[in-house]
Structures are given as C-alpha cells and as structure tokens.
Write a new protein. Structure first.
Length: 257
C-alpha cells in the first residue's frame, strides 16, 4: 500500500518566499493541493503564491517572522482548522558569518532565535491536532553544517545541529502515533542566502533539484534527507575525524562575510 505521506494535500511551508522554501512550494503546487506559505518579504511571497495558484493550488500566504511565537501559532491554528495539515516543513532560517572575526552576541542570538525557536514555533502548534488525528508529517530544515562546527558560522552550525538532533529524537517519540518526522540536511544550494558567499561552494545545487530530492525523501518518510551525496560523504568523514586533525585546515578556510 502506498504511504499516504507520499501524497500530502494540505502543506505548510515556512520561509517560502525564496530559496528551498520557494522551490518546495512550486514542487508541491497542483490542483487539489492547499499550500499555506509564510515569509517576511511581502512582494516575493506574493509572487511565489501567484505562481502556485497558477499551477492549480489553493494558497494562503502569511507575512510572518517564524521567531514570533504568538503570531505564528495563531496563524497555524487558523490554517489547520480550515484544512487539516498533512505536512509541515519548518524551513525558515537565516545565516550570517563573522568575516574572519568573532560573532557578536546579537547576531548569535538572532540566528538561534530564527533557526531553532522558529522550528519549535512552527511544529508545536500543529502537533496536538496531528496526534489527535493519528496522522501527519513534520520536516525540519537542518544542514550538512550540523555535523561539524565550522569557524566563521558558530551560531548557524549550532542552530542546525540542535534542529537535526531534536528532529531525530522527535521521530522516535512520534513513531507509534502515525506521524512521520524527517530531518533535511542540504549542502550548498543556490539561494539568496548562498549568493552572498565569496568562497568556493563545492557541489552547489540548483534549488529545483534540491526540492525534488526533499520531496522524494519525504514521500518515503526518510529519517534523514541529505544531499548531494559527495558533500554528505565529505562531511561525514570530517565529523568522524578527531577535531585536532581538522582544526588547522578549517581555521584557514575562507569565512562567510
């Protein structure tokens, strides 16, 4: 029997106004699909919503910051009451570097607030209803950077590591309740976030290819959706090696500005 998670009909995607979130919205947009999309840029969000509607989807767009717990909870409750959510993709996130210096406290706190609190703010308002229905799927956006702390992006790496481990643990907690949990660990993907990088990005992927990889992984309820495979292999090796063996090389690597 086909896993019902392979054909979600009511989908929430945060951070849908650009990058992977935008590509995912377009990948799922089709007649009979209801999309609830959030973003912080009104013009870009409405442009994505318009393209999804043109593909036949019913779209609700919310101009929201994922770090705003109360506002996001109220919006999600309204969405779920109208069309019970099958799949929520906690995708909204941000990145910033140190430019070779030390990350400021304000920057570190903002990144952690958006990337970690934003995920919790996205999934927890929907969890009680999913558990009551005995079905649903949760996708959390982590990163290949979650496997090793990288100089130049300490808060980003820490936030994504927390998201990955939280999602992996949550998957086990919800396994017996009919709710799937997948952690997404992309490498470098073309987006507004990566466009500012002034250093080589190995195995850089197009957003459309990334969205299709995520969609395939979610359809089979994969525990971890990591790509591209050469980056996955390289990062796994980096994470396995003792830090003393790799620190010198990482310290000399180009830093995000």
């Amino acid at each position: 029997m086909r896993d019902p998670r392979s054909i979600p009909r009511s989908i929430v995607i945060t951070g849908a106004s650009s990058g992977i979130g935008e590509a995912l919205a377009l990948a799922y947009a089709a007649p009979g699909v209801t999309l609830a999309l959030t973003g912080r840029d009104a013009a870009r969000l409405e442009a994505v919503a318009g393209r999804c509607r043109a593909a036949g989807a019913t779209v609700t767009a919310g101009l929201l910051d994922s770090a705003d717990r109360a506002a996001l909870a109220a919006w999600l409750a309204a969405v779920d009451s109208e069309t019970p959510v099958d799949l929520v993709v906690a995708n909204a996130g941000m990145s910033a570097g140190t430019g070779g210096g030390v990350e400021s406290e304000d920057q570190a706190r903002r990144i952690l607030s958006v990337n970690l609190d934003g995920v919790l703010n996205t999934i927890h308002p929907l969890l009680p209803a999913m558990r009551a229905r005995g079905r649903g799927q949760i996708a959390l956006m982590a990163s290949q950077a979650s496997f090793r702390g990288l100089p130049g992006a300490p808060a980003y790496c820490a936030s994504k590591a927390a998201v990955r481990v939280y999602g992996e643990a949550l998957r086990g907690d919800l396994a017996g309740e009919g709710i799937g949990v997948s952690v997404i660990c992309p490498g470098f993907v073309k987006s507004r976030m990566t466009a500012v990088n002034r250093f080589p990005m190995p195995f850089l992927m197009e957003t459309d290819a990334a969205a299709q990889a995520i969609k395939r992984g979610l359809a089979r309820n994969a525990a971890r959706i990591g790509f591209p495979w050469p980056m996955v292999a390289a990062v796994w090796l980096l994470a396995l090696l003792p830090p003393g063996w790799t620190d010198a090389a990482l310290i000399k690597a180009p830093k995000k500005g």
